[in-house]
Design a protein around this ligand. Structure first.
Ligand code: ADQ
Length: 735
């Protein structure tokens, strides 16, 4: 629409310019005509007066001339007359005669024998003064000046401008209104109807067919109808195929297959997802509202599932325009450009965010579950807020499922550990699963939490508790055994408390591969060019700015590598994309400073001729930009000190459709269990990291391809659609 306004403004500008030029030319011709008429009149007048004036010359110019002057200047258009002798001195003249400033004109007239006309301004009036020589027997004896009122010429011109300007403004108004009506109702309306219809079709709503039938768009509408028809057919056959594949164990999982699976297994039972982070954040800058997808594993993993299945996602609305963009109940359909499911936003107070999110979740539970040598901070105020916000989430969900029989509830992550118990208390018929996206620590490590029993009690009311790896499941079951009165069944990996059974299962999370843009994008070097990176070897790191990701250790490993392999100096760059994370937590702010300082130190040590060994980009990149970077990176370097899974590793593998590139992966990530072709390292050892970089750079293409193939098969065999299907299947088996 903005472009339409710009085009309308340009059209109006051109029309105004054209109209102004026309008026200007009209003004010019009117002025010329009026002036020439005035000149002719002045000449005639002067001629007729000359005779009378010369009759008094012989009597010595005196009283006679003055009398003639007084007699003639009574007329309205003749403003004044003056007579000069041959020395240029005034002999007689009317009172207030407007004479030109330049008195030499009188002498010039007598010398050149030529009459001169001049416009003279006096106050608000303009006069035309004509000076002519006076002769006796062909000898110049003086001159005569005749002044006439010329104000009416300017008045006429002004009137023309005013009249034409009003007409011009009126025309512009009509013109602008016509453009707006044309664009709004004919083009914009028709096009947005077409877009809506195509979007509905893309969402799989084959009933809607609102393509406009106006004759103007007929050819386009015809083409679109054909395309939509073939899309419908393609979708139908994909759906038929997916239904057939449901029965075939070995066939790949796709969004379509998951949709068919959900239809077949859940019938019409809706899915409710609860997580702290929302999948789409609306933010307002100046007067513009924009949406973005926040960086983070939970969103990356669950968004494709919700797109495939629909349902409701309940999350904290953290954007400053979230409230404004949602309806009065906090609901909004997303993705914003192609709505497929409902996002229900919960608003939290500053105090709640401080205590529940920054405090208990990120300063207590996060370091408690990650072995990254950061001490957890347990504050009872934070715990109070954590419980309060968990209750808020549970209450919101209970309102949403009020009229839903046996709802499926998928609670996500460590922020909402108490929600399963709170939901089950009111709705025992709900099937509840909680998935823990981060590692589960050893029983000894978990035992330091003052609220360990409450946390475990909250989780154990779920029917299913999921982790990424078997190791985390083992840790959890042992922790429960140590802390809570219960019966453990190691054979079925279940925990019984009273009559309630909770099943513990590993579901290694993944990404949407194949089935989305991964690996299909045309590689583009745009971002690298913009960053001025033109090296032979690109090593890539992509993380949230989090101390568990081992970014400082990665830098140390690179420093060790450049020290031990100086021939690579100037030829290799580590591009570290690090999106700011949890900035309200002091540890994270300190960590961001440390990362910057360390990058600067290493760059200072090795940097030469504009080459920097580390390019640190502390910002969010779009999914597409990341895919392009993955495609150009010879090495992806993941050095997490402890990581539930690490989806970046899988994203790198998925983007490498040329089957080359080397993944260096910390052995302390969940992903290291799934990705057999990676070079595994202990990130605490700079020597090991450095050796792996050298191995990666020297690895023959055939070996790279062998390893990459293994990893790509693994990611595509167990993608996010399969994760979701197995998760839901396991939950349904518990009914
Ligand atoms: P995270 O700790 O957030 O997830 P990870 O699994 O690596 O870690 O996922 C990060 C996601 O954010 C990836 O999709 C990545 O592309 C994206 N991302 C990172 N930096 C970005 C940037 N600068 N710009 C844009 N996107 C960026 C948690 C656990 C993990 C677990 C996931 C999923 O800590 O162990 O794998 O949940 O369960």
């Amino acid at each position: 629409m903005k472009r339409v306004y710009i085009m309308a403004a340009i059209a109006i500008f051109i029309a105004s310019l054209f109209a102004s030029l026309l008026t200007l030319s009209q003004v010019h011709s009117v002025k010329t005509e009026l002036t020439s008429r005035l000149q002719v009149r002045s000449e005639t007048l002067a001629e007729s007066l000359t005779e009378s004036i010369m009759s008094s010359y012989n009597s010595g110019w005196t009283d006679g001339v003055q009398k003639i002057i007084n007699k003639f200047t009574r007329s309205e258009s003749l403003v004044g007359l003056s007579v000069f002798d041959n020395t240029g001195a005034m002999v007689a003249g009317s009172k207030d005669m407007p004479l030109p400033e330049d008195r030499n004109l009188i002498n010039t007239v007598m010398l050149t024998h030529q009459g001169i006309g001049e416009f003279v301004d006096r106050g608000n009036h303009t006069y035309y003064v004509l000076i002519r020589p006076l002769y006796v027997d062909d000898v110049i004896v003086g001159s005569l000046a005749v002044a006439q009122n010329a104000t009416y010429i300017d008045r006429n011109i002004r009137e023309i401008w005013q009249r034409d300007l009003v007409r011009l403004l009126f025309q512009i108004l009509i013109f602008a209104l016509t453009i707006l009506v044309l664009v709004r109702w004919i083009f914009f309306h028709s096009i947005s109807t077409m877009v809506e219809s195509l979007q509905a079709l893309r969402r799989g709503n084959s009933q809607i067919d609102t393509i406009p039938h106006s004759s103007f768009f007929k050819p386009l509408a015809g083409e679109i109808s054909k395309v939509t028809k073939s899309l419908r057919q393609a979708r139908q056959s994909a759906s038929d195929e997916a239904r057939m594949r449901l029965e075939m164990i070995d066939s790949p999982w796709t969004a379509e297959r998951l949709r068919e699976f959900i239809k077949a297994y859940l019938k019409d039972r809706p899915i409710f997802v609860l997580s702290n982070r929302e999948p789409y954040v609306h933010s307002k800058t100046k007067n513009k509202i924009e949406w973005s997808v926040p960086a983070g594993g939970v969103v990356t993993a669950l968004e494709p599932v919700m797109e495939a299945c629909g349902g409701t996602w309940i999350a904290h609305g953290s954007g400053n325009a979230d409230e404004e963009t949602a309806d009065k109940n906090g609901r909004i359909m997303v993705p914003p450009d192609e709505p497929k499911y409902t996002l229900k936003r919960i608003s939290l107070t500053e105090k709640e965010i401080e205590g529940y999110y920054a405090g208990f979740s990120n300063e207590a539970l996060w370091p408690l579950c990650h072995m990254a040598h950061t001490r957890p901070l347990f504050r009872s105020d934070d715990w109070v807020e954590y419980r309060k916000v968990n209750a808020k989430f549970a209450k919101t969900l209970l309102a949403e499922i009020r009229n839903v029989k046996r709802p499926i509830v998928l609670v996500q992550d460590f922020h909402l550990a108490l929600v399963p118990e709170m939901v089950k208390k009111s709705r025992p018929d709900a099937l509840v699963a909680i998935f823990w996206h981060i590692p589960w620590p050893s029983p000894a490590q978990f035992s330091i939490s003052p609220w360990r029993k409450e946390l475990l009690g909250g989780m154990l009311k779920a029917d299913l508790v999921g982790f990424h790896t078997q190791q985390y499941c083992n840790n959890f079951i042992e922790t429960v055994g140590n802390e809570i009165e219960s019966r453990l069944d190691y054979e079925q990996f279940s925990i019984f408390r009273g009559s309630h059974k909770t099943v513990i299962r590993p579901f290694p999370i993944s990404i949407s591969f194949p089935g989305s843009a991964e690996g299909h994008a045309e590689p583009s070097k745009k971002t690298l060019d913009e960053l001025g990176i033109h090296v032979e070897h690109l090593v890539l790191g992509v993380d949230r700015l989090d101390y568990t990701k081992g970014i400082l250790e990665r830098f140390k490993g690179l420093e060790f590598f450049l020290d031990s392999n100086p021939e690579y100096q100037g030829k290799l760059t580590l591009l570290q994309i690090a999106s700011p994370s949890r900035e309200m937590v002091e540890k994270y702010r300190e960590f961001a400073v440390l990362v910057t300082e360390e990058a600067e130190r290493i760059n200072k040590k090795f940097g030469v001729n504009g080459w920097r060994p580390i390019v640190l980009e502390k910002r969010n990149y779009s999914h597409e930009q990341l895919i392009h970077l993955y495609q150009f990176a010879n090495v992806c370097l993941i050095t997490s000190l402890h990581d539930g899974m690490n989806l970046v590793a899988k994203e790198y593998v998925a983007a490498r459709n040329d089957e080359s590139g080397v993944l260096i992966l910390s052995e302390f990530t969940g992903a290291s269990r799934d990705l057999n072709g990676a070079l595994l390292i202990n990130p605490y050892s700079a020597e090991e990291t450095s050796a792996a970089i050298l191995t990666a750079l020297m690895m023959p293409k055939t070996e790279q391809q062998r390893r990459m193939k293994i990893m790509r098969t693994s990611v595509s065999d167990y993608n996010i659609y399969r994760w979701s299907a197995e998760h839901i299947k396991a939950l349904l088996q518990l009914e």
